[in-house]
Design a protein around this ligand. Sequence first.
Ligand SMILES: Cc1ncc(COP(=O)(O)O)c(C=O)c1O
Length: 376
Amino acid sequence: MDLLPVAPIETLRRRHSQKWRGHPADVLPLPVAEMDFDLAPPIQAALADAVERSDTGYPAPMPALADALARFAGERWSWEIDPTAVTAVTDVGVGVVELLRVLARPGDPVVICPPVYAPFFGWVPEAGGRVHEVPLVDGRLDLAGLQRAFATHPAAFVLCNPHNPVGRVHTREELTELVRLATAYGVPVLSDEIHAPLTLPGAEFTPILTVPGAAEVAISLVSSSKAWNLAGLKCATIVTAAPEMAAVTDRLPPDTPWRVGHFGVLASIAAYDEGAPWLDRLLATLDDRRTLLGDLLAERLPKVSWRPPEATFLAWLDCTAIGAGATPRELFFTKGRVALEPGPRFGAAGSGFVRLNFGTSADILTAAVDRMVSAA
Ligand SMILES: Cc1ncc(COP(=O)(O)O)c(C=O)c1O
């Protein structure tokens, strides 16, 4: 399959997004989860057409957005979504916070599994809850630890599947056991499935709501924003599959669907309905970059170890063997002029780690590893 090209770095540096504006010009930025590929052509066309029509008013997400998501999920994952059980929401972060505001009383514990996407640590207190950590064990869900935590009756569990930053795609067996525990202890599961379309060759994504019994206890949050690089357009969706969880979304602020971006809705519909061929090229390209990164690390930086991710364009790199005085993030930044995400942002277990974004060209990835080699 033809791999996706990436524009020259001078062109990328003209972007105004966080990735390209967040650092001085001599720094290679590979932190925040944005990709460097051009937008999928059907999305470019949908947005250009909207500008042409001066179609920049308020969003009208339903039913078109829910219908498109349902078609995509059915074809991709054999996941049957009822479009009437889909709620549009500004982004996944807003979705999780608003759902937690419904589920948690002030001070209630909410379970998360670090190392995990750093904002989880902020979303819980933003909604009034208190973080209860059940760390991953060897990169996997600690089901025995979750059982002990669920026995204390937390207000909710926020699952990350696929799991950022370790790139793990939780298996159907693990999710089945998780659903059993959540049901037994009455703990609602909010499943952040934003990285699902980025499941790479070799792994299979299981939407939580396809697990028997999950509908009564779990809510899924999905978005086109990671896989098609649309984070700035602000559109995500909350999906339920049974009255028990629909009762939670019914209590969201009534204006919730109005707070999505109109361009996000249009781009998401184009992504779900016409963006699968481009997505398949993206996955082949990311698979290629994953292999390249593995080869580069093995040859040039063998002290850095990693487990290649099963999903996402994010690599979780164990730098503890480098043993420098500075943290690895500081070392690579100050000496190598390459910006990576510091591991401790993902929780205490991230000490000595960095997260590297390989959603870029082979040239930029190779240059970044070269800079890391000279810094180390
Ligand atoms: C696991 C996870 N959830 C949520 C987000 C943010 O999504 P949104 O911009 O829709 O809030 C990210 C962004 O990288 C992420 O990795």
